[in-house]
Design a protein around this ligand. Structure first.
Ligand SMILES: C[S@@+](CC[C@H](N)C(=O)[O-])C[C@H]1O[C@@H](n2cnc3c(N)ncnc32)[C@H](O)[C@@H]1O
Length: 243
């Protein structure tokens, strides 16, 4: 095996984006480059491009998230985009949702080391926890699944009038077109493609925004939730506070 790739110094955009949390962002990048690679959570070839392609690309998502809302990062993996988001937006309450134990162990360690009190790690698959997690204002996701499948997992986690923000590459428009029928069935009332971080990143990050109306997940899902609520289960939205 060749020599380990070196983690580069943070680029100027990292100073602008992370501000006084830059030392924590550096610590996170070091953890990814060190134990993240060692445990197979991130490929060694990603290390030279950790800043641009991973931390910064994810942190700029903060530009389009309203203040003081709850966020669920579906398929967080090694914490992307959830951890960079938590560093730049301490006002957000963030749940990192991830099914694999190896990854949730790493996430717990990062949250503790960086003192991210507003972050909770939940182990599970989105489609399995949807009746158990308190609905959130915003679902985020990167590199988890094609948009139609991702929406079927992410949209039911939303509160009424919430939104899903999926970091996508060049395929954003194409995925959106392919997912239109599936999105309509899920109670989606608006979609758009946004470019975030335009002033700081080249290229900027591409985000698909999916907005829901009164019934996130569609009519069938609302009926399921109502039934769970009547049974006294944890699936009802009525009277429940967001995390
Ligand atoms: C390619 S990784 C991307 C991780 C991270 N979001 C990133 O951008 O680096 C996809 C992640 O989605 C998780 N995942 C797959 N299916 C899922 C599901 N149904 N619910 C929640 N997470 C899921 C996987 O365990 C994996 O960590």
């Amino acid at each position: 095996m060749g020599p380990q790739a070196e983690l580069p110094e943070p680029p100027p955009a990292a100073h602008a984006i992370f501000g006084d949390r830059l030392p924590d962002a550096v610590r996170y990048a070091e953890l990814l480059a060190d134990i993240g690679v060692g445990r197979g959570l991130i490929g060694p070839r990603e290390v030279p491009r950790l800043w641009e392609r991973h931390l910064l690309n994810c942190a700029v998502l903060a530009e389009v998230i309203p203040e003081q809302v709850s966020v669920c990062d579906v398929g967080s993996g090694a914490g992307l985009p959830g951890i960079p988001l938590a560093l730049v937006r301490p006002d957000l309450r963030i749940t990192l949702l991830e099914p694999l134990l190896r990854r949730t162990n790493f996430l717990h360690e990062v949250v503790e080391l960086l003192g991210l009190d507003q972050v909770t790690v939940v182990r599970g698959r989105a489609e399995e926890v949807m009746n158990d997690v308190t609905p959130v204002h915003v679902v985020t996701a990167r590199a988890v699944a094609p948009l139609d499948r991702l929406a079927s997992w992410g949209v039911p986690l939303l509160r009424p009038y919430g939104e899903m923000l999926a970091l996508k590459g060049d395929t954003a428009e194409q995925e959106l077109r392919a997912a239109r029928a599936a999105l309509a069935k899920l109670g989606v009332v608006g979609t758009s493609v946004l470019h975030v971080g335009e002033e700081l990143l080249d290229p900027p990050s591409t985000v698909v925004r999916v907005e829901v109306g009164e019934s996130p997940g569609g009519v069938r899902f609302a009926a399921k939730r109502a039934k769970a609520a009547r049974r006294g289960g944890r699936g009802g939205r009525g009277g429940r506070r967001s995390p």
